[in-house]
Ligand binder design. Structure first.
Ligand code: CP
Ligand code: NVA
Length: 331
């Protein structure tokens, strides 16, 4: 039987397919329980700290609501309002957190930082996004696929369009490799070439065991037969200076109705981790002309279409994050 008590959740690469299956099943159960209005107590008496060095809406709210639903207490810290990352070493902060709390969520830059937090705190650490991974997002995405795609995960083809070398694309490779899925990174050759070769080797080693297929492609024929079209913003947090260059590179990979058609699959779904720039004129309070560029990674039509399951996906952040906490520190 699977037992994840005391474990950190730093990347899906640390987990077996059975362990990932266990967290997904738990998330389905916890979602049904919440829908039925049942109160949870699995985290009663637990104290959780949320550390954010990058901004967040969904991840922070998902952790907070999940904690409250199951009876835990949360403390939120960002780099402006704490000593973390500025006046004290990660090692010292981690040791202090280990004395106060039962679990730590961390969102920030380097993957080595979540690893150090886990090493020095001695308590479970959950990765809420780094420069190279976003594992809680993938659990939510897999849950959403299981709700909307009438196929087992190992028959599902995911095409990730756009910034194929970002944290979401990497996280997807880990998730697909582990769950035996077909993943296509669909983007310009220059960005495909930037994907870390050592990482790809590790992913392909897993894929050989699970029957997964990890493909890199710059041309549209890879859209055929996709069950999921996925995209993410073209410039991730911290990469805003690259916007003009990225717009040039990625415009051909914007998710459009033509791309939906090119899948040849009437039942294809569109997913996006959010936030999205699909209506960026509203976000920026300026017309496209005034802005001088079009940064939409997906058209507004696709975003609001029947194919789009992005708000179910956003809700599922909460159920899956709850499952990760319950699995690793629950009573
Ligand atoms: N998808 C996601 O992680 O959203 P936030 O940045 O709002 O947390
Ligand atoms: N790639 C995006 C994901 C946001 C959830 C970023 O890192 O900003």
């Amino acid at each position: 039987a699977v037992n994840l008590k005391g474990r950190s959740f730093l990347t899906l690469m640390d987990f077996t397919p059975e362990e990932i299956r266990y967290m997904l099943d738990l998330a389905h159960d916890l979602k049904a329980k919440k829908r039925a209005g049942m109160e949870g107590t699995a985290l009663k008496g637990k104290n959780i700290v949320l550390l954010f060095e990058k901004t967040s809406t969904r991840t922070r709210c998902a952790f907070e609501v999940a904690c409250l639903d199951e009876g835990a207490h949360v403390t939120f810290l960002d780099s402006n309002s704490s000593q973390f990352g500025k006046k004290e070493s990660v090692e010292d902060s981690a040791k202090v957190f280990g004395r106060f709390f039962d679990g730590i969520e961390y969102r920030g830059f380097k993957q080595s930082l979540v690893e150090d937090l886990a090493k020095y705190s001695g308590i479970p650490v959950w990765n809420g996004l780094t420069d190279v991974d976003h594992p809680t997002q993938i659990l939510a995405d897999l849950l959403t696929i299981e709700e909307h795609v009438a196929k087992p995960l190992n028959k599902v083809k995911v095409v990730f369009c756009g910034d194929v070398r970002n944290n979401m694309s990497y996280a997807w490779m880990y998730g697909c490799a582990k769950m035996g899925m077909h993943y296509v990174a669909y983007g310009p050759q220059v960005l495909l070439d930037e994907i870390d070769k050592g990482m790809l080797e590790k992913v392909n080693e897993v894929a050989r065991k699970t029957g997964a297929k990890i493909e890199l492609c710059s041309t549209a024929e890879c859209l055929k037969g996709a069950d999921v079209l996925y995209t993410d913003v073209w410039a991730s947090m911290g990469e805003e200076a690259q916007i003009p260059e990225k717009v040039k590179m990625l415009t051909p990979y914007k998710v459009t109705e033509e791309m939906i058609e090119a899948t040849g699959n009437e039942d294809v779904i569109f997913l996006h981790c959010l936030p999205s720039f699909h209506d960026f004129e509203t976000v920026m309070a300026k017309s496209q002309k005034e802005l001088g560029y079009d940064i939409r990674e997906v058209t507004d039509e696709v975003f609001r279409s029947k194919y789009s399951k992005v708000f179910d996906e956003a809700e599922n952040r909460m159920h899956t994050i709850k499952a990760v906490m319950v699995a690793t520190i629950g009573r």
